[in-house]
Design a binder for this molecule. Structure first.
Ligand SMILES: [Zn+2]
Length: 108
């Protein structure tokens, strides 16, 4: 299965240039209990439809970014450079890799 994914820095590329980073999930609060942490680490919504995901351009600029993809059709609706959970997504269009944030380490 192959489709095209548009890196915010490099533009449209074959999906095989990218690594899937999983669906976007809200991070637990500063001191999560075991249930919250387990839920964050091991459970996913796994929707049949549009979901927001992390992708990494492993054979290109090595940018982490987010994409909205329909899991039923692999249609990619939009991609954005990484933004924190408190910021609104950036507008469509290319961004410089230095402008993108690197996701913080997991709170484990
Ligand atoms: Zn790229």
């Amino acid at each position: 299965m192959s489709f095209r994914l548009s890196c915010p820095s490099c533009g449209p590329r074959d999906v095989n240039e990218f690594a899937y980073g999983g669906e976007l999930a809200a991070r637990p609060q500063e001191r999560p209990d075991v249930r919250e942490l387990g839920s964050y680490l091991y459970f996913r919504a796994n929707v049949a439809g549009v979901q927001r995901e992390w992708w990494f351009h492993r054979l290109g600029c090595e940018l982490w970014f987010q994409a909205e993809r329909d899991t039923r059709t692999n249609e990619v609706l939009r991609t954005d450079a990484c933004v924190s959970e408190t910021q609104a997504p950036l507008a469509d269009g290319p961004v410089e890799p230095a402008d993108a944030a690197i996701p913080p380490e997991p709170a484990v």
